[in-house]
Design a protein around this ligand. Sequence first.
Ligand SMILES: C[S@@+](CC[C@H](N)C(=O)[O-])C[C@H]1O[C@@H](n2cnc3c(N)ncnc32)[C@H](O)[C@@H]1O
Length: 319
Amino acid sequence: MSGPVLPGPAAAGARPGRPPPVPGYPCGVSSPTSDALLGPADVRELAAALGVRPTKQRGQNFVIDANTVRRIVRTAEVRPDDVVVEVGPGLGSLTLALLEAADRVTAVEIDDVLAGALPATVAARMPERAGRFALVHSDAMQVRELPGPAPTALVANLPYNVAVPVLLHMLETFPSIERTLVMVQAEVADRLAAGPGSRVYGVPSVKANWYAEVRRAGSIGRNVFWPAPNVDSGLVSLVRRSEPLRTTASRREVFAVVDAAFAQRRKTLRAALAGWAGSAAAAEAALVGAGVSPQARGESLTVEEFARIAERRIAEHEE
Ligand SMILES: C[S@@+](CC[C@H](N)C(=O)[O-])C[C@H]1O[C@@H](n2cnc3c(N)ncnc32)[C@H](O)[C@@H]1O
């Protein structure tokens, strides 16, 4: 796939050393520390050259701050032997910083114009690393395989409206991903990293915990994006479980209990799981068999307890 060749630093001819602060950009937004990374003016120029008008529908908020992308790469602990997959590279702000640190980067972008332009941006700004970059032009939810070696890390500033499904899809589809660092809406970051008993513990928390140990890894303000979103952002780190969670139930079976429990989160599990189990009595039997109080609510259960409930229901069906 090819797009317009975009001016790199040499072609632009305006970058002897560090560029000056950019008028009109909020304070706290830094200039790039390396010529290859994108600063506010570069993002603005690239977007104008491509006729890009960021859309909310695709969660298009581009990072304009080189320090922020460096911080993401540092927090992700990207290693020189990492094969990184990035979802939603946009104009390439994070992609270029990842290419500086990793062995390879594969980026998955849905947008025709952005996907078409990114290989040329990489070739122009980081020619020596361009052979280590691959672009997949696709909806990340449809991706089942990636070119090149299996990915070891996922690092992304995710489109906010589909962040959780995309994250779970990538973790499920690519078991080789050991470490993940994603930037998402702050509220979603809180939810992903929440533990049982927390007010914000819910479906994303339990499902993410099926795959990984999850923690909040920092906050990001609005002024490092163009356009600035209406919400703050948060970083979430996920380290895959060294052993998959021990259960005879499948992921689908466990996730079905989780979905049912939180669909009516204020109800007791006996009531909330009645539809899933076939009746309140069958739900109670599965709960008691799993050592969980039928009066408990989903928000107090660990992923292991959800797995035990799924196992009991399957065992009762088989009896
Ligand atoms: C928040 S922006 C991040 C852009 C860039 N990584 C950055 O930090 O500046 C999200 C990006 O994801 C892309 N995107 C949205 N939905 C997608 C999907 N389903 N699959 C792949 N990319 C998607 C958007 O076009 C956009 O480029």
